[in-house]
Design a protein. Structure first.
Ligand SMILES: Cc1cc2nc3c(=O)[nH]c(=O)nc-3n(C[C@H](O)[C@H](O)[C@H](O)COP(=O)(O)OP(=O)(O)OC[C@H]3O[C@@H](n4cnc5c(N)ncnc54)[C@H](O)[C@@H]3O)c2cc1C
Length: 412
């Protein structure tokens, strides 16, 4: 099945025709996803062998539009589809692809990302979880932290140190970790906004077998994962007014997957609520509030135009430019400005949660969730270093650990 010749109109009509022939809202969700995977419409930009059709990004977007128009569920959202499957496609062996791509696409298995450690966040390459050879497997000890969704995931995309006698970037290996085994303990953390999205994950003689990429090549896998992570999308809204077994199951699945991310809109500052709040609380004529709202809108619009420019460049086949890091910094600025304006508008009432609070506590949740946006996926300071070094060509930050065995590096 070669589809390289197709144009947008042909893709649109073929997807529509295929959906008409196959979609039945009464079918189980997994059955529908299997049909999608077999037809290649599940992940149209992926290779034909792996649930795709090898289409360009622009044609892939046409497929997504057509599926939205027909109101049919797609593959599951979250870490598995956005990070792990693309990384296994790029770096995994045929055996790993065979075992994990399709069940991830059909929603049979779920994933979490096991990278950060108490002493290795920004300095991820300084990680100290240790995997030691044990016959044809590896024995794992150490600790991860901030692992989103680890309490419910079936598998983890894990980075562990396998060689302490080479420099820090060289001794890391990426593994597939089965989460449900005796040596893995997951402890949820409670955040200041009341949610429990993250976990500490402890390894005590846990076992891993499957290496992703090369032994000692974990840093390459980590970089590929982080590149996908910068594109990790906010969950799109689900359609309302849907009926049938497949949608019921899709909604239940989405509710569970999105649970750790429920507060992410508040983390982004909710600029969409600012004007209506100013009007509702009688602050829209206050000149200082108006100025601050104008600043917020200025920031939001310029960030949106920058993202659109980046999307157009990608669609035209250009290499990713500085927009990724600039966009990440822009989202921090927007979130902070939005939280500031919300506080100005709300006054002391913006500190209350519980019954009778503003928008049922949403305004308060914004204040205590916004700090996360400048940390997740690489802190602002790290983004600025990336811009300085890779885009502006400034000298690299000194790193005393380069060229010496990791066991001799002073850590902690
Ligand atoms: C919402 C959210 C979701 C997350 N999900 C996951 C997940 O699913 N899986 C996962 O593995 N991790 C996850 N993380 C962890 C995240 O990747 C780390 O928190 C982040 O990389 C920062 O690391 P750290 O917390 O150890 O801070 P540190 O690295 O200790 O940084 C502390 C401070 O020092 C600054 N700093 C550190 N190094 C430098 C430097 N070289 N130059 C200048 N300043 C520096 C930092 O900018 C920061 O202000 C998540 C975090 C958040 C907030």
């Amino acid at each position: 099945m070669s589809t390289g010749y197709m144009n947008k109109g042909e893709v649109r009509s073929e997807v529509a025709r295929w959906i008409t022939e196959h979609w039945d809202p009464g079918m189980p969700l997994e059955r529908w996803r299997m049909l999608l995977a077999d037809s290649g419409w599940a992940c149209p930009t992926w290779p034909e062998r792996w649930c795709g059709r090898g289409l360009s990004g622009a044609l892939g977007r046409v497929v997504a539009e057509e599926m939205r128009r027909a109101v049919v569920p797609g593959p599951p959202e979250g870490v598995g589809m956005m990070l792990v499957a693309p990384v296994i496609l790029e770096h995994g062996s045929e055996e790993l692809k065979e075992r994990y791509i399709r069940p991830t696409v059909t929603g049979g298995i779920t994933w979490c990302q096991l990278f950060s450690e108490p002493g290795a966040g920004s300095d991820l390459a300084g990680l100290q979880s240790r995997a030691e050879r044990d016959g044809d497997a590896w024995r794992l000890s150490g600790q991860k932290v901030w692992s989103t969704g680890a309490a419910t995931a079936d598998f983890g995309l894990l980075l562990a140190r396998t060689d302490w006698d080479v420099s820090k970037h060289q001794g890391i290996t990426a593994f597939v970790l089965p989460m449900r085994q005796p040596g893995v303990t997951v402890r949820p953390l409670r955040q200041m906004n009341g949610h429990s999205s993250f976990n500490e994950v402890f390894f005590d003689e846990a076992h891993v077998k499957e290496v992703i990429g090369e032994l000692g090549g974990g840093w390459t896998v980590a970089k590929a994962t982080l590149a996908h992570e910068r594109r990790l999308a906010v969950f799109p809204p689900l359609p309302s007014d849907v009926a049938g077994r497949a949608w019921q199951e899709a909604i239940a699945e989405r509710t569970a997957i999105a649970e750790p991310h429920k507060w992410y809109p508040q983390r982004a500052g909710r600029p969409d609520l600012v004007i209506s709040q100013a009007q509702a609380l009688g602050r829209s004529r206050d000149p200082v509030v108006r100025q601050e709202i104008a600043k917020l809108i200025e920031l939001s619009w310029s960030a949106r135009w920058m993202a659109e420019r980046a999307a157009a460049a990608r669609a035209a086949g250009e290499r990713p430019g500085p927009e990724g890091s600039l966009g990440k910094l822009a989202s921090t600025k927007i979130a902070r400005q939005a939280a500031r304006v919300h506080s100005m508008i709300a006054g002391p009432a913006g500190l209350l949660s519980g019954p009778g609070s503003l928008l049922s506590g949403t305004i308060t949740e914004i204040s205590v969730s916004v700090p996360a946006i400048s940390i997740a996926g690489g802190t602002d300071e790290i983004q600025r270093s990336i811009i300085a070094e890779r885009i502006l060509g400034l000298p690299r930050e000194p790193d005393v650990s380069v060229g010496i065995p990791f066991r001799d590096v002073r850590t902690g």
